[in-house]
Design a protein around this ligand. Structure first.
Ligand SMILES: [Zn+2]
Length: 420
């Protein structure tokens, strides 16, 4: 199957030029001028369209899209225990599937092709990813206070169920140090080693988590996790807001990837992660949205904007986290953290996960700078077409893999049932 994106805008040195992107069986085979021997089965007109690698959302909880706007402007514990959890407890797997599909629809409409999901409902997000055409790393959120083994068993069954799907990968996800005791963290670590899987964990998200760990263990959450040997596994740590200089050294030393969620951290009043310092130390930084219960949207363009501006402002340095670097965080760094090879760049040999942005809108005129346009001008509504594995999943802003009417009907029905 040959797909041609004709005459699309791409960066070249400091300029933006029109090129053809030729794709065969989901892989980019040439970028430049279409060669005479490339016969396209399908052609997409790239005129007035800018091509960028599809985003990789490195941290979310897709099913929670059904909880959007359910609890806002509340103290963290009230948000969690009164707003989120009572509704969550009423959800079943089928409802979590529709929530996850809603997340996929929103992510596709905002140029995202891959997500890393921590869930409570086995199969829901994997099925939604497969239905939508997205790639996903899927983890059952594991807690070790009670029933830890049951949840691990659910995870093992889910891995077995989806092992034939190349676009569905797994990590083990001990939820956090405050929901897993030491023995269970060690167990997750040894099970991950046994299965050859990475770990996905919430780490040092809030001041309370940091202070409680200092009180109980005499060290920071990052030092605690390092001391237990968890970082000997390939690890993706979400948030990492509260870090000491030593924590940053440890994350760099062990090659831990950090998924920063700037909007969620701000909205929950948790602060700002030291991303400038992490990046300087050589840590693989990627970007996530977190869930729609805390964000309240899954828009990677907004995260990019916050990511660049927050760290310029808080470091009093307008050169901190330039646009091109932030885009790498949101694409190729995420792909690396999630274990997808050859993903997150528009280069020959890479997977054809490509978003096309409409440049015929006021905020994109004049275009001038490719990276500045994406990071500082776009709000995400410019996303016109999304191609994943060389297949068009959205064209002219119309989803081709998801029936939106059916989706909204089901989500609204779930809200009626669970808000009672
Ligand atoms: Zn999270």
């Amino acid at each position: 199957m040959n797909l041609l994106i004709k005459n699309v805008l791409l960066p070249e040195n400091d300029a933006i030029v029109n090129k053809d992107i030729c794709i065969t069986d989901g892989i980019i085979v040439s970028i430049g001028k279409q060669s005479d021997d490339f016969v396209a089965d399908e052609v997409i007109d790239g005129n007035n369209r800018l091509a960028m690698p599809a985003f990789v959302n490195a941290h979310t909880h897709a099913y929670m899209s059904v909880l959007r706007n359910a609890a806002d402007d509340l103290p963290f514990m009230q948000w969690l225990f009164e707003g989120v959890m009572p509704r969550e407890e009423k959800l079943n797997n089928e409802q979590a599937y529709w929530g996850s599909l809603l997340a996929c629809a929103e992510m596709i409409k905002r140029g995202c092709g891959t997500f890393c999901d921590m869930h409570l409902f086995p199969g829901a997000s994997a099925k939604a990813a497969i239905k939508s055409g997205m790639k996903a790393v899927v983890s059952r959120g594991l807690t070790g206070s009670d029933g830890g083994q049951r949840r691990l068993d659910e995870q093992f069954a889910e891995i077995e169920e989806f092992k034939g799907y190349k676009n569905i990968k797994f990590m083990l996800a001990p939820h956090a140090i405050y929901t897993c005791d030491k023995e269970f963290l060690l167990k997750c670590s040894s099970e991950a080693k046994r299965l050859g899987l990475g770990l996905n964990i919430h780490l040092s998200e809030s001041k309370a988590e940091f202070e409680d760990c200092m009180r109980d263990n005499g060290c920071t959450p990052t030092e605690y996790v390092a001391s237990l040997g968890l970082f000997e596994n390939k690890t993706l740590a979400a948030h990492c807001v509260q870090l000491t200089d030593h924590d940053i050294e440890l994350l760099a030393k062990y090659g831990v990837s950090v998924a920063s969620n700037p909007k969620s951290n701000l909205k929950l009043g948790n602060g700002i992660a030291p991303i400038y310092q992490l990046d300087k130390a050589g840590v693989n930084v990627c970007i996530g949205t977190d869930s729609a219960a805390s964000n309240n949207s899954l828009n990677m363009f907004a995260e990019l904007n916050y990511m660049t501006l927050l760290h310029k402002g808080t470091n009093y340095d307008s050169t901190a986290i330039p646009a091109k670097k932030a885009l790498d965080f949101a694409t190729v760094n995420g792909a690396r953290a999630l274990g997808f090879d050859n993903l997150g760049k528009l280069e020959v040999g890479y997977t054809a996960d490509i978003a096309l942005l409409d440049t015929n809108v006021p905020q994109m005129v004049p275009l001038r700078n490719y990276y500045a346009a994406i990071c500082y001008c776009c709000d995400g509504s410019e996303t016109d077409t999304l191609i994943l594995d060389g297949k068009v999943v959205m064209k002219n802003k119309q989803l081709l893999t998801i029936d939106e009417e059916e989706l909204y009907y089901n989500v609204n029905k779930i809200v009626e049932e669970t808000d009672k």
